[in-house]
Design a binder for this molecule. Structure first.
Ligand code: FAD
Ligand code: SIN
Length: 511
């Protein structure tokens, strides 16, 4: 390995480099800027993130009747007690402070006329504890954080910049290889942060935006880092289903405010499955909705609530449904589950540290142990915020006077033939994952998925140099294989991993 004496070039050397501009990356950036120059890179426009799509809200103990122990207990129950208790306690105890921080930054949470926070409810919560901004909480948070980042002279943000790989040698991270303005560049930092979000795009039906292709998981695996609990994929029970396809999320807060779930005969089917009915933990409701959808259809119904209240409380869902000629206050809304959240990720400790020196991970890409086998609703924005708040505890490299030499491959342009081929591979990954590694799994199906993914891998084009679309497709494939492998290893159902044994039929779902 040759070492280069580093001239501190401000264009390529930063104190902190953050990959991702969702809640985890932006919040960490604002904290890190107190200690030096920060660069955020993001692969599309900065606003494009799961954060920007979050509807329901952010959970915290904010109500007098509520207790930290209750939030901890609800989180553990939703996670089938597969959670790491000390991480859950850490998150929950820091939850009121996290909301205060967002309020100070300017997030306009809904309040009553006395200025007291209004709190809603979602599945698995024994109390009202979810702070919200209409039905567009994530967009309100994202815009507020982006505004603060733009005002901070210590922070630089590069849009349309794709992180290819972490620059690591012998478990030390030096920087990131990126593609920006059609150039491959190596950039270096004293601290490097993965905040790349989730992997929902490896499934055919998903609530996730197009950026969620598991890049962070793939980069970490290529750097020889361990990922945990990837089999625990959370499927959201209520995505709008039109013409056989899911379109967008219908927030669980609708059920928190009284919406009920009906089968094709208009019966409340959750009665058959769980005493908590429509507000049972999400993994359970998702499987029941999946089952009812197979039986002929499942619907969300909030027609019994005053229409002016619903229009006011859920303005963007109301408007979006109108585009499909559905009126939330007058019609039954057809629903089906969709891949929503990865409970697993890159292993980190309470300070966001990974097993690679100077490399940290926060947000959905990280495994902190908080979510166990199934995340409690509205705990992910909270987790991202609480864990990324701890800048002072995550040490950065003090000096970087010598860096190893990392090769920069040449960039290969897209050709129509390559684009067509990679599109088709992506489509097949998503179909395989939905059909074989979806809401309900069988060992046979998982084995078939593994085989089919291996065949697809052999079809990936090979040529010298680097191509972004190919890298993203490779990332999806690597992540899909890791999820499948993790699911194959877990021989019994737990939380979001539901394995149907051969003797059970479709009609015998048990919870
Ligand atoms: P994201 O917000 O997804 O940001 C990831 C960033 O990484 C993006 O900027 C992306 O461009 C960038 N990136 C990825 N790969 C690369 C690469 N290779 N190079 C450069 N940049 C890259 N949670 C709640 O707690 N409450 C809710 O109400 C809620 N509602 C939700 C509704 C929807 C529809 C969805 C999809 C999720 C919801 N969630 C909710 C989950 C929550 O929004 C996410 O878990 C959380 O926002 C993740 O934040 P993040 O910062 O980790 O990642
Ligand atoms: C929702 O609004 O239903 C999503 C909440 C979440 O994913 O936590």
């Amino acid at each position: 390995m040759s070492m280069t004496k580093l001239k501190r070039d401000p264009e390529i050397h930063f104190d902190t480099i953050i990959i991702g501009s969702g809640i985890a990356g932006l919040n960490f950036a604002l904290n890190a800027a107190k200690q030096g120059r920060v660069l955020i890179i993001t692969k599309k426009k900065s606003i494009e993130s799961s954060t920007n799509r979050a509807q329901g809200g952010i959970a915290a103990v904010l109500n007098k009747a509520d207790r930290f122990e209750k939030h901890v207990q609800d989180t553990m129950e939703a996670g089938s007690f597969h959670n790491k208790r000390n991480a859950v306690e850490f998150m929950v105890k820091n939850s009121p402070e996290a909301i205060c921080r967002l309020i100070e930054l300017g997030v306009p949470f809904a309040t009553n006329v006395q200025g007291k926070l209004l709190l809603t409810r979602e599945g698995g919560h024994s109390e009202r504890r979810i702070a919200f901004v209409g039905d567009y909480t994530g967009a309100a948070i994202e815009k507020t954080l982006l505004k603060k980042v733009a005002q901070n002279p210590k922070i630089t943000l590069w849009e349309h910049t794709f992180a290819i790989d972490l620059l690591t040698i012998k478990k030390i991270c030096y920087g990131v290889q990126i593609v920006r303005k059609k150039n491959v560049q190596n950039i270096f930092g004293n601290r490097i942060v993965l905040a790349t979000g989730g992997l929902g795009q490896i499934f055919y039906y998903t609530t996730n935006p197009s950026i969620s292709t598991g890049d962070g998981i793939a980069m970490a695996m290529r750097a020889d880092l361990k990922c945990r609990d990837l089999e625990f994929l959370q499927f959201h029970p209520t995505a709008l289903k039109i013409g056989g396809r899911t379109k967008f999320l219908l927030s669980e807060a609708l059920r928190g405010e009284g919406a009920i779930l009906l089968d094709r005969k208009g019966q409340r089917f959750m009665k058959k499955y769980n005493p908590k009915m429509d507000l049972a933990p999400r993994d359970i409701v998702a499987r029941c909705v999946y089952q009812e959808d197979l039986n002929g259809g499942a619907f969300l119904d909030i027609r019994h609530k005053p229409s002016h209240e619903i229009e006011l409380r859920f303005p963007s869902i109301y408007q979006r449904l109108l585009r499909y000629k559905l009126n939330l206050t007058k019609n039954l809304i057809p629903i089906a589950p969709a891949a929503h959240y990865s409970c697993g990720g890159v292993m980190t400790n309470l300070h966001g540290e990974t097993k690679i020196k100077y490399l940290y991970a926060f947000g959905e890409v990280a495994w902190t142990g908080v979510h166990g086998a199934n995340r409690l609703a509205s705990n992910s924005l909270l987790e991202a915020l609480v864990f990324s708040n701890q800048i002072l505890r995550s040490p950065a490299r003090e000096k970087m006077d010598q860096i190893p030499h990392f090769v920069k491959p040449a960039l290969q342009p897209n050709s129509p033939k390559l684009v067509k081929k990679l599109k088709s591979i992506k489509y097949r990954i998503r179909k395989i994952m939905w059909e074989k590694v979806g809401v309900i799994r069988t060992t046979k199906g998982l084995k078939e998925a593994k085989q089919k993914l291996d065949i697809l891998e052999a079809k990936l084009p090979h040529f010298p140099g680097l191509n972004i679309l190919l890298k993203e497709t490779e990332n999806m494939l690597l992540t899909a294989k890791a999820v499948t492998q993790a699911a194959l290893k877990r021989k019994k159902s737990l939380g979001g991993h539901y394995l149907l044994s051969p003797e059970k039929t479709k009609k015998t779902l048990k919870h």
